[in-house]
Design a binder for this molecule. Structure first.
Ligand SMILES: [Mg+2]
Length: 230
């Protein structure tokens, strides 16, 4: 990363104009994905809703688990740690494994869930701040989808909650494929997940880890890091 930044600085010093494009992740950056997920999980685990098929089976296992590692209600912190363990392929407790296997079932093929997710803390300030550094026209959205319904809802969410036009919305799992698509620009990704930062940096982009996810603290720190780059 340091080396990359130095070579860019040299390039800039030579007077070449390199436009910086900033790609904003949605879940954990603009969208408080965890809040919505935790609510849906707790509702399912404590509720009496009858589901069919594999969802019912997995939910039954979660509901009936009595191990001492059981933590309920599920909190945002718990989910954040789970995600870090998952990405780092670390060992999980039985309860964590059960939740990991169940976690996305409440949101699968569920347009309303995705569309109604709340804005993350400081989301508007982040967009404004990034716009003041690189220009609003250079802000893109780069978000990984879960399924077709989530893709549809993500476009609509951006339309409803921001003024970023849909031409600059990229919904794609392979975030590493983006920097090569803009070879003449400097591409910066603001993302809460280390996994996507590495993917993006491995193909020539620069990553800014938005941490802790969905927080104002992260907004301040991400903006500060962006200012240092540009
Ligand atoms: Mg994210």
């Amino acid at each position: 990363m340091k080396q990359l930044m130095e070579s860019w600085r040299n390039y800039m010093d030579q007077g070449s104009e390199v436009k910086t494009l900033v790609f904003l992740d949605m879940d954990g950056v603009l969208v408080d994905f965890s809040e919505g997920l935790v609510n849906a999980l707790n509702r399912d685990i404590s509720g009496d809703i009858e589901y069919r098929n594999s969802r019912a089976k997995k939910l039954k296992k979660v509901k009936e688990y009595k191990g001492s590692d059981r933590v309920f209600p599920i909190t945002k912190n718990f989910m954040a740690e789970l995600m870090i363990k998952k990405d780092a392929k670390e060992e999980m407790t039985n309860w964590e494994l059960l939740i990991k296997r169940y976690q996305f079932l409440p949101v699968v093929q569920n347009y309303d869930h995705w569309f109604n997710l709340p804005k993350a803390q400081g989301a508007d300030s982040l967009i404004e701040g990034v716009a003041s550094v690189v220009g609003f026209e250079n802000i893109y959205i780069l978000s990984a989808p879960v399924d077709q319904e989530s893709i549809r809802a993500k476009y609509d969410w951006i339309k409803e909650n921001t003024s970023i036009p849909s031409e600059r919305v990229i919904i794609r799992k392979d975030k590493g494929s983006v920097p090569p698509q803009f070879p003449d620009n400097r591409c910066v990704l603001i993302d809460d997940r280390a996994k996507y930062i590495s993917m993006f940096e491995s193909t020539g982009g620069i990553g800014i880890r938005h941490f802790p996810e969905s927080s104002s603290v992260a907004v301040d720190s991400s903006l500060m890091q962006l200012k240092e780059l540009v």
